[in-house]
Ligand binder design. Structure first.
Ligand code: BEZ
Ligand code: FE
Length: 292
């Protein structure tokens, strides 16, 4: 490329960056200048063709068309590009031994059923029963009583309740840590499932030979006064998908032992599971202070 061509390209970038100089909000000014620089670098680095530009516009248009109040394809795009996980990483700096955060995902629903300590959040969802226990503490090891623990997960068929057309509420619930910061409840053993892949993001994954599968996980959101809200999952040690999670959500510290208990193994609370096998997992949650 000639020096004259390089200069023309660089001058254009500079002019567009400078067009944001008068933005009154300093943060918006910073965001728009930086976005412009990165987008222009991309176009120049890959020598984007006009046909590729048109295909990109068509892809984004299709992403918009499939998005409604039940389906958010732009967030899915951000997820598979690792942008959601990078945003989580930037915004949840490590603090002592506080539990690491991961992606929120699109399947949280407000107003989940309250369950008692030892209760069952499965709500009839298909799956092997799983006994989940643990504690909520702060980073100095002090118990956090009364923490609100929201839990949600996919059923054995790989679907969240909100993905069904009926109004079922299943495999989600909330409870509060007890006076010692402890919690225990029945859920179902997490199994792998694909993120929605019947739209533009699914076509992108197929074209790039990537799988839509997520490693098996159980979602948690934990809130307590004065504490940083923790949005995370726990993953199943030994799951074959841990290294290829489609949204890059796995962190080593969140991989837990789900111990398999054959039919007939006595349950921790004496519950009769009618001869079914079950599993158990322990998860100690450490919350960072809200403003360290
Ligand atoms: C989830 O874990 O529920 C999820 C996360 C990102 C995209 C789709 C689903
Ligand atoms: Fe999930």
């Amino acid at each position: 490329m000639t020096t004259e061509q390089q200069n023309r390209e660089a001058r254009l970038t500079d002019r567009v960056v400078a067009s944001f100089d008068g933005t009154p909000d300093p943060r918006l000014r910073e965001l728009m200048r930086s976005l412009t620089r990165h987008l222009h670098s991309f176009v120049r680095e890959v020598r984007l063709t006009e046909e590729e530009w048109q295909r990109a516009i068509a892809f984004l248009t299709a992403t918009g068309h499939i998005t409604d109040d039940r389906r958010q394809e732009f967030i899915l795009l951000s997820d598979v590009l690792g942008v959601s996980m990078q945003t989580v990483t930037v915004n949840n700096e490590a603090y002592g031994d506080a539990t690491e955060a991961t992606v929120f995902g699109p399947f949280f629903a407000a107003g989940s059923p309250a369950v008692e300590q030892g209760g069952d959040i499965s709500g009839g969802a298909a799956g092997e029963p799983c006994w989940v226990s643990g504690t909520v503490t702060d980073t100095s090891g002090e118990p956090v009583p009364g923490a609100r623990i929201e839990v949600w997960e996919a059923d054995d068929d790989g679907f969240y309740d909100v993905q069904y057309d009926d109004d079922r509420v299943a495999a989600r619930g909330h409870l509060f840590s007890d006076d010692a910061g402890a919690f225990r409840f029945w859920a179902i053993t997490p199994t792998p499932y694909p993120i929605p892949h019947d739209g533009p993001v699914g076509r992108l994954l197929a074209a790039t030979a990537r799988s839509p599968m997520r490693a098996s996980h159980l979602h948690f959101m934990v809130t307590a006064p004065g504490m940083r809200t923790l949005v995370t999952h726990i993953f199943v040690r030994g799951d074959a998908l841990l290294d290829s999670d489609s949204v890059f959500g796995v962190r080593d510290s969140l991989v837990k032992d789900f111990t398999s208990c054959p039919p007939g193994t006595p349950t921790p609370d004496g519950r009769d599971l009618g001869g079914r096998g079950w599993s158990r997992v322990h998860f100690d949650i450490v919350l960072a202070p809200r403003s360290p």
